[in-house]
Design a protein around this ligand. Structure first.
Ligand code: SF4
Ligand code: SF4
Length: 459
């Protein structure tokens, strides 16, 4: 147990040791998260958001630096937004008032890790995050940001990095990433040819970067190559959740185990696979409820990733207060998944894999589309219809049920996506595709979705 202000806090390693990751039974008295209730309509568990603990967050202490980091990290990629008129038209800006409420609530409930990036909210995230954290003592939080892959020269990369400290209003950055490594060619160009890796290592030596690592979206070859560089990496961020554990482009199990071998702390992104694991099908939900009747699907997903001892922080982009509260509850303190529960989640992932969904995580790296298409909006609308089994079956009979499903799909599509932002406005310019860390064939998928819409209209 660790002492803090006279209150006892349980660290995650202590919790894992105490409860035993392989233990089949978790003492009910220890469990503080969850306690949700079942929704009559959907059969899903609705979280209980009363009594959110302020003093029971799980922390990881890093042996290299002694940094004591909340297992739940605040991702600033999905701040709440508000529409404003600009000379170029209506644009979404961060709703600073709501963002401040979230940051203050996070700080008050033990979250001390904040992750931003140059490109989040089209450059606004770093500025707002710096501004909102300014009122807190610098040693009360850790800030992470990243070198974008879009830099165009050595000078541009250095200017970008220097500007980041200015935007964040800090003298040093706690965790600095080579952002979203996905292409060997780009990695070689920026970090070797232009010497940016040496530049950043020197910044670390000078104390302006405290920890240097990378976030990853590439193939296994690139992962192994960067991991084996003669660099003392301080951390690596991977996409990990119970679906990607076996089914990721590079399975998270592989990457996690390699990082364990090298004793490199692991940061987690996409614990909910966009938000897809927050709402699961009836079959998966039944499996979960049989194991623990009161846990929400999101709690299962967060418990899965947080139960791995090498994980130092799990990032979540929390737009709504309820999400923040639910996640705080899940990790205050964490109840690790048992081995049988882990097996159940792996089976759940196999079921989820049978749904033909587009692996969009709503990261928005592909926006803005120069032709105005709301790329993630369209893809996620399609996914939701698939997930909720509301996609009209073009192969089946054109009966009353098909007519009803078609009408519902189109009405909802028109309501969700403004006319000028729909899939039919994609002209296949190809600009978006290289930016997608999930390697989605965006124009092809948009074309397919538009074909579906046109066929349903013709019914
Ligand atoms: S390919 Fe389509 S969606 Fe992508 S940027 Fe071009 S027009 Fe926009
Ligand atoms: S299409 Fe790709 S880049 Fe765009 S939001 Fe989805 S995952 Fe992100």
């Amino acid at each position: 147990m660790e002492e803090n202000n006279g209150k006892q806090k349980i660290s995650r390693r202590t919790a894992l040791k105490y409860m035993g990751l392989g233990a089949a039974v978790i003492p009910a008295s220890i469990y503080l998260g969850g306690c949700g209730r079942k929704s009559k309509d959907s059969g899903q568990i609705v979280p209980d958001l009363t009594n959110i603990p302020t003093d029971k967050m799980t922390y990881t202490t890093l042996s290299k630096t002694g940094d004591r980091i909340s297992l739940l990290g605040f991702g600033t990629m999905r701040y709440p937004t508000v529409e404003r008129q600009t000379p170029e038209g209506v644009r979404n800006f961060i709703d600073e008032e709501k963002a401040e409420q979230l940051i203050d609530y996070a700080m008050a409930h033990g979250i001390n890790y904040f992750d931003t990036a140059w490109m989040y909210h089209q450059g606004e995230s770093e500025i707002v995050t710096g501004k909102l954290l300014k009122k807190y003592p610098r040693n009360s939080f850790y800030i992470a940001t990243k070198m974008p892959g879009s830099v165009r020269s050595r000078e541009d990369a250095i200017a970008t990095y220097q500007k980041q400290r200015e935007k964040l209003q800090v003298d040093y950055i706690d965790y600095y990433h080579l952002h979203s490594l996905s292409s060997d060619e780009r990695y070689e160009r920026i970090y070797k040819e232009w010497g940016i890796l040496d530049y950043l290592l020197n910044e670390k030596k000078e104390g302006r970067i405290r920890n240097l690592g990378w976030s990853f979206h590439g193939n296994q070859e690139l992962f192994d190559k960067v991991l084996n560089e003669p660099v003392d990496w301080d951390f690596v961020m991977i996409q990990m959740n119970y679906f990607d554990w076996k089914h990721g482009r590079v399975p998270a199990e592989y990457m996690y185990n390699r990082l364990v071998e090298k004793n490199i702390p692991v940061m987690i992104m996409e614990p909910l696979l966009g938000s897809r694991l927050a709402k699961v099908s009836r079959a998966v939900s039944d499996m979960m409820q049989e194991e623990r009747p009161n846990d929400t699907p999101a709690q299962w997903a967060f418990r899965f990733v947080g139960s791995h001892p090498q994980v130092m922080v799990v990032l979540s982009g929390m737009t709504y207060m309820e999400h923040l509260q639910e996640n705080i509850k899940t990790y205050s303190p964490i109840v690790p998944v048992t081995e049988p529960q882990k097996d159940m989640l792996v089976k759940a992932a196999d079921i989820i894999r049978t749904y033909k969904i587009i692996p969009c995580t709503d990261c928005k790296y592909c926006v803005p589309c120069p032709y105005g298409v709301d790329i993630p909006g369209v893809l996620l609308y399609y996914n939701k219809a698939t997930w909720d089994s509301n996609l009209p079956n073009l192969e089946g009979p054109r009966d009353a049920e098909f007519q009803r499903a078609s009408r519902a799909f189109l009405v909802d599509y028109n309501r969700t996506i403004p006319e000028l932002e729909r899939a039919n406005h994609c002209i296949n310019c190809g600009e978006c595709e290289p930016t997608c860390p999930q390697n989605i064939k965006i124009p092809t998928d948009l074309l397919n979705i538009d074909n579906l819409v046109q066929q349903l209209k013709a019914v």
